[in-house]
Design a protein. Structure first.
Length: 233
């Protein structure tokens, strides 16, 4: 029997803004991945990348603007695809209900690590999406630093914590190595950290999401992401 991850959250933003966040290149880059491409419509593709070797594309299976989208990434070897489906519903007062279902995880042990990873990462990604759509901006720059280390997650996470900003406001925290902070600046930018187990090794992704940044502030965000990522090594 297939397993899945499900989530629902209320957003203080209209459906059109939420749709752009999940269905357009610039929107996806503002909360999910620093690089994205979208070929819209059924049969099109959603492609994202965090770093070389950390990218992938998914075929779009459903595309109903401002209502629903579903895309699937093939696993091969006879396994069912990894399927992500978003539905959005307008509510009174300019609010939106966003529902997520990530399915395609088999019930055998070979899927356990993948399901654990997405079950930890999705709440953080959704916290970033919520923050972004509820704080309108013209442009988001995603400065991401990625490291892959031959070390266990707990040791790596302890090192990373020592480099996190002490003046940021915690917006999400998972003691297994996931966190995000609202940075102390006027445009309410975000710093997110994903410290994930990879079969005895650890991947560290640090995303600094900068809303309408000046060139100087963008450089500062890039330096902060690199500083936190380098602390892991």
């Amino acid at each position: 029997m297939s397993r899945k991850y499900e989530a629902e959250l209320e957003l203080a933003a209209p459906v059109e803004r939420v749709w752009r966040a999940i269905a357009e290149k610039e929107g996806i880059q503002s909360w999910f991945a620093p690089e994205a491409r979208v070929t819209p419509g059924v049969g099109g593709e959603m492609w994202v990348s965090w770093a070389p070797g950390m990218e992938g594309g998914s075929k779009i299976e459903a595309w109903e603007p401002n209502r629903r989208q579903r895309y699937a990434a093939e696993r091969g070897n006879g396994k069912e695809p990894n399927v992500v489906e978003f539905t959005i519903e307008a509510k009174s007062g300019g609010k939106t209900i966003l529902r997520l279902v990530n399915s395609g995880f088999g019930d055998d042990a070979s899927f356990d690590a993948e399901l654990e990873s997405v079950s930890g990462a999705w709440p953080l990604f959704l916290a970033l999406l919520k923050h972004g759509v509820e704080h309108p901006h013209e442009r988001c720059v995603n400065e991401t630093a990625f490291r892959f280390l031959k070390a266990d997650r707990d040791t790596t996470w302890q090192k990373v914590q020592g480099a996190l900003p002490t003046d940021g406001e915690v917006r999400f925290w998972n003691p297994k190595g996931l966190a995000c902070y609202e940075l102390p600046n006027s445009n309410r930018s975000m710093l997110a950290i994903f410290c994930e187990n990879c079969g005895g090794s650890t991947s560290v992704t640090v995303m600094c999401l900068l809303y309408d940044p000046t060139p100087e502030f963008q450089a500062e965000g890039r330096a902060l992401a690199e500083k936190v990522a380098n602390s892991a090594g």
